[in-house]
Ligand binder design. Structure first.
Ligand code: SAH
Length: 230
């Protein structure tokens, strides 16, 4: 990519961030810096790069979608990440959200169930130098028990209930953000763990692809899995 193109993408990114700030979606200065820094267009297929900084979901292959930038921004703000936090992400997809998390946290663990997507994400994250992200392919609805507990958990796919294994992998005082609802529509939900108590708050409506796996939706070949996803 030449310098002129890079400049065009950087300007588009700055316009996107200014819009998210003016709408009150982005507030935290470090989250704003992360959104200014991570080149969202590089996580997409070349044919879609011109749409990377519009506030819309885009296809990423294998029937999956990357969420609206405003959804990723809103969820990242809700996570309230501290420097040094250990974060678990379920649903690596392109790796874009993992890169945003890596800008803010100490260590990021990210799980993707589709081998092809995990492979592409690893390639771009390595190319951009995000060495603090550990990735694995597998069923993230079970969490990542060997590396638990986590200060923050973000689920980038929709589920009917809070995946029970993930609660057990949160630190005391830890926080999880997860889209909960039906297959067609969910509500971004934040869960804060205080000992054995959970404080649960509902936020914006959204539409994510399915969280599959043992504690997710059963495989249903007839379902689009939120093709018009958030
Ligand atoms: N955060 C991503 C977008 C995620 S799309 C990004 O920034 O690009 C949701 C992803 O969740 C899809 O790639 C899907 O394959 C994955 N997924 C669904 N169920 C999963 C599970 N049980 N474990 C891991 N990944 C899962």
């Amino acid at each position: 990519m030449n310098g002129k193109e890079e400049y065009r993408f950087r300007t588009a990114r700055e316009t996107m961030v200014a819009d998210l700030v003016s709408r009150g979606v982005l507030c935290n200065p470090s989250v704003i810096q992360a959104f200014l820094k991570v080149p969202r267009h590089l996580f997409l297929d070349e044919a879609l790069r011109d749409r990377a900084y519009q506030d819309q979901p885009l296809p990423i292959g294998n029937g999956q979608t990357i969420s609206h930038p405003s959804t990723v921004a809103g969820m990242t703000e809700l996570l309230d990440i501290r420097p040094g936090s250990r974060i678990l992400e379920i649903g690596t997809g392109t790796g874009y959200q993992a890169a945003i998390l890596a800008e803010l946290a100490g260590k990021v663990f990210s799980i993707e169930t589709i081998v092809n997507l995990a492979r592409k994400a690893r390639k771009i994250l390595e190319h951009l130098g995000y060495y603090s992200i550990r990735m694995k392919t597998g069923d993230g609805s079970r969490g990542w028990p060997d590396s638990a507990p986590f200060d923050r958990i973000v689920v980038s796919a929709g589920t009917q209930v809070i995946p029970p294994k993930l609660i057990g992998q949160l630190t005391d005082g830890g926080r999880m953000v997860v889209p909960i609802g039906s297959r067609d529509t969910q509500v971004i939900t934040s869960v804060i763990r205080d000992g054995s108590n959970l404080t649960i708050q509902e936020h914006d409506r959204c539409r994510f692809v399915d969280l599959v796996g043992k504690y997710g939706w059963p495989a249903d070949p007839g379902h689009s899995g939120g093709r018009n996803g958030d």
